[in-house]
Design a protein around this ligand. Structure first.
Ligand code: LLP
Length: 427
């Protein structure tokens, strides 16, 4: 049985029991029930500081991409470290405000910004709109005119580089819906420059994909962007910042992604070589901040042995964590107490109670299991709870944040009645 932890920033083994910081996770589940998301404050802070430390002395804005995990407590932990935020909806802007984050450090990405969302963001005086199309630019100009505000903008360019990641989370290719083609961007900047009263052109942005485990796509994108910055400069358009997006991968199994320090040093080198070291470096990191800081704890309901497969049926399902079935993502799964295990290991598919064959969390894992035991699905801090749903009228898990030996419930388990409280019957 493989008991390797993908990261030891927040989780470790102590006397055969899995701990989050100083908290025994088996005991935590007796107290808070399952399924349960547990996050380590320390791991979040370590991950954030890896970026912040590498950016020291360099003009920068370090944003956290809320979509990875948008619980207010997590936003607050990061806001206290000085983080800005990358948002993609009015809902996420409302979360930043509710958590006390600084809206002046918000960048707004996404291909479908509504007029209402643009108005709210202008009123919140956000740092920058990452504009993804010409019609969106026109809408921002019009909304700025109507509200009497000046919008700070950057164009999200699509540099047409292969991020070498899962096709669903690759965003920087011509065939993807994101950004403005790099060859068109020059003309769009020139168009934007004709509206100085409504627009303040501050930067350029790209985000080429997620869970990137190599440096080269980031560096290729950077070179292409700097070529465009050269051309803009020749035509009198001077930028103030360059936003490299998010996308840095984490270790789920045996991936060995570059560290934030390596990424930043290499990008910085390009900027220095090409005479742009004065440009502010912006990042929109999500997964690499919270991914390894979380786990999903779940109880084994039944062990069901089939003719071809053995199924370990747990109380968490694809509605709680959709990554395995949606992206065929491999996530480490371990028993939280390995002391009292039966000795025989068998090969199991770990599946949930939902009525779909796609409802699985792990496949073909060699594990020694017992009914009633607690399992931990690791590296579940990013794109877990934030992508959860109530499919099959299942209440979503509770979330707890661990800080040393303290545990805080940062979202209680939902009650079934809440799920249909706003539904009504017709006469
Ligand atoms: N900025 C933009 C514009 C993005 O679209 C994303 C993620 C990020 C930043 C943050 O990327 P990160 O640092 O987390 O890689 N649900 C998928 C990942 C989807 C990523 C979407 N965009 C998964 O679970 O793998």
């Amino acid at each position: 049985m493989d008991l390797t932890l993908p990261s030891e920033d927040g989780f470790h083994w102590k006397d055969h029991v899995l701990y989050c910081e100083d908290v025994d996770l088996e005991k935590a589940t007796s107290r808070f029930g399952t399924p349960l998301y547990v996050y380590s404050r320390k791991a979040i802070e370590i991950a954030y500081r890896r970026y912040a430390d590498a950016l020291q002395g360099i003009p920068h804005l370090m944003c956290y991409a809320l979509k990875a995990n948008s619980n207010l407590a997590i936003i607050d932990v990061l806001a206290r470290l000085g983080a800005g935020f990358d948002i993609v909806s009015g809902g996420e802007l409302a979360r930043v405000k509710a958590a006390g984050g600084d809206t002046k450090k918000v960048v707004f990405s996404g291909v479908g910004k509504s007029t209402q969302e643009i108005t709210d963001a202008l009123n919140a005086d956000i740092y920058c709109f990452n504009v993804e199309s010409i019609p969106e630019l026109d809408r921002i100009i019009e909304t700025a005119r109507q509200t009497g505000k000046r919008a700070r903008i950057s164009l999200r360019v699509n540099p047409d580089v292969d991020a070498k990641t899962h096709p669903y989370i690759s965003t920087g290719l011509k065939k993807n819906k994101f950004g403005i083609a790099i060859n068109e961007a020059f003309n769009v900047y020139r168009h934007a420059a004709q509206f100085p009263e409504q627009l303040h052109i501050t930067g350029i942005d790209c985000h080429i994909g997620s869970q990137l485990t190599e440096l080269s796509p980031f560096l290729d994108a950077c070179h292409r962007i700097v070529d465009l910055i050269d051309k803009l400069k020749e035509h009198g358009i001077e930028l103030e910042h360059i936003d490299f997006g998010g996308g840095l991968g984490i270790t789920y199994q045996n991936e060995n992604p570059p560290t934030p320090a390596e990424l930043i040093a290499n990008l910085r080198q390009i900027l220095c070589d090409r005479g742009y070291d004065h440009l502010e470096m912006v990042f929109e990191a999500g997964r690499s901040i919270v991914g390894n800081a979380g786990a999903l704890l779940t109880k084994i309901e039944y062990l069901k042995k089939g003719e071809e497969k053995n199924f370990c049926i747990v109380d968490a399902a694809m509605n709680d964590m959709v990554r395995p079935t949606l992206y065929q993502a491999w996530m480490q799964i371990v028993p939280v107490n390995t002391q009292k295990l039966p000795h025989d290991e068998q090969v199991w598919d770990v599946v949930g109670p939902i009525c779909e064959t796609g409802d699985w969390l792990a496949k073909d894992r060699s594990l020694s299991l017992e009914q009633g035991q607690i399992l931990a699905l690791l590296s579940a801090g990013a794109y877990g709870m934030s992508m959860s749903s109530n499919y099959n009228t299942r209440v979503r898990p509770a979330e707890i944040l661990v800080d040393g030996d303290k545990t805080y419930i940062i979202r209680p388990r939902e009650e079934v009645q809440e799920l249909f409280a706003n539904e009504t019957r017709i006469p």
